[in-house]
Design a protein around this ligand. Structure first.
Ligand code: NAD
Length: 356
């Protein structure tokens, strides 16, 4: 399995190095035959070559079996145009990675600010919605009408609603069999109305899965009040982005936020959070987010079948178990109650996987 690795900006190089150490340990333990290929992208690249994603990097990703992408400091060059592309949008849209799967769960030994134990997954539409850079065939969906007037447009299509709803029910069938659709159809009657129609149609097809709907602003309160009530939450792009940060922070730290961006044929592992410039270069970032994202990518690969499926599934399970173990043992970064730095936590994870 050839994986392109983009180290990202800010804390990206630190958490990516830790993730590669973990992947190498999993490779050695489970015989995955991983080929990890590092390619340039991001802020440094923009300064050196005028683009955040050189064509050689884009081509290597297209030819690979998967992508591990470190967080990118997109705000540093937002709106510059030209080669200053947002790598998330570029790959999510370009490779049609329509499902952003963002789990949030509590861990033994780590107290959640809510006091509750929970295990939920946010399934977020990833290719349209309120994201101006991925809504138009040409140009950008944010228009400056006059110097003082801006119109930002959200695109919602039945195709994207149907397939994200189907992804959510497919996932719920393997979990606790409950789907909650989160929306704002009281105001966005057409777009979120279309989204809800797709979710309801999918619910009809799955009588064994319970289904309910919650308006997004109330959902922010419900998540804080009783996150244990939820299993799979499906929602549109921007709502999913915001609620997933909330849910992950409630699990103990944003640094635990693993995620994949999955299409029908390709998967990109990417932490839920950004490049965290406030702690970059200090060996403080929690690498679990990208480590768990990489484990999810291996799990996704296992679901595709093939002769190595069992090995990929076992490796994914071992990485997830190692994360839980280091947290419980306190062999982790300070955000989750430990005393280790990023590199040492990565080494602790790799050691547990090797010893498993
Ligand atoms: P952020 O997610 O980078 O950081 C928010 C807070 O969480 C900060 O206090 C940070 O220190 C903390 N944090 C994040 N990751 C952590 C980790 N692994 N361990 C411990 N603490 C962690 O949000 P921001 O500061 O608003 O954004 C910084 C940059 O990242 C911006 O340029 C933004 O556009 C970009 N961004 C990129 C992505 C992405 O690449 N997927 C996602 C979100 C934001």
């Amino acid at each position: 399995m050839r994986l392109v690795v983009l180290e990202g900006d800010g804390i990206g190089p630190e958490i990516t190095a830790a993730t590669m150490a973990v992947l190498r340990a999993a490779d050695a333990r489970f015989g995955l035959k991983l080929d990890l290929v590092e390619m340039p992208a991001g802020v440094k690249c923009l300064a050196e070559s005028g683009t955040t994603i050189p064509e050689t990097t884009a081509a290597a990703v297209r030819a690979a079996d998967g992508l591990v992408m470190g967080p990118m400091d997109t705000y540093a060059y937002a709106g510059q145009g030209g080669g200053a592309l947002n790598p998330s949008g570029f790959f999510r849209r370009g490779l049609d990675l329509y499902g952003n799967i963002r789990p949030a769960r509590t861990y033994p030994g780590l107290r959640s600010p809510t006091g509750a134990e929970f295990d939920l997954v946010i399934v977020r539409e990833n290719t349209e919605g309120f994201y101006a850079d991925r809504n138009m065939e040409q140009g950008n969906a944010e228009i400056l009408v006059t110097a003082d007037v801006c119109v930002s447009m959200r695109r919602i299509t039945k195709l994207c609603c149907d397939r994200i709803a189907a992804s959510a029910f497919k996932l719920a069938a393997r979990r606790r069999r409950h789907v909650t659709a989160v929306h704002k159809a009281n105001v966005l009657t057409k777009g979120d109305g279309m989204f809800l129609a797709s979710c309801r149609a999918e619910a009809e097809k799955h009588p064994g899965i319970t289904y309910d709907e919650v308006i997004v602003d109330a959902m922010a309160a419900h998540l804080v009040r009783a996150p244990q009530k939820y299993d799979v939450i499906v929602t549109t792009n921007m709502f999913g982005d915001i609620l997933s940060d909330l849910a992950i922070e409630l699990s103990g730290s944003l640094g635990l936020g693993g995620s994949i961006n999955a299409g029908d044929k390709f998967c990109m592992a990417q932490a839920s959070h950004g490049s965290a410039p406030d702690i970059a270069g200090q060996d403080r970032a929690n690498p679990a987010s990208l480590v768990l994202s990489a484990a999810m990518l291996l799990g996704w690969q296992a679901e595709q079948g093939g002769s190595s499926a069992n090995a990929f599934a076992a490796a994914a399970g071992a990485i997830e178990a190692a994360v839980a173990q280091v947290i419980q043992a306190g062999d982790c970064t300070t955000d989750v109650g430990g005393k280790l730095g990023t590199a040492a936590m990565g080494a602790a994870l790799a050691a547990r996987i090797s010893a498993a």
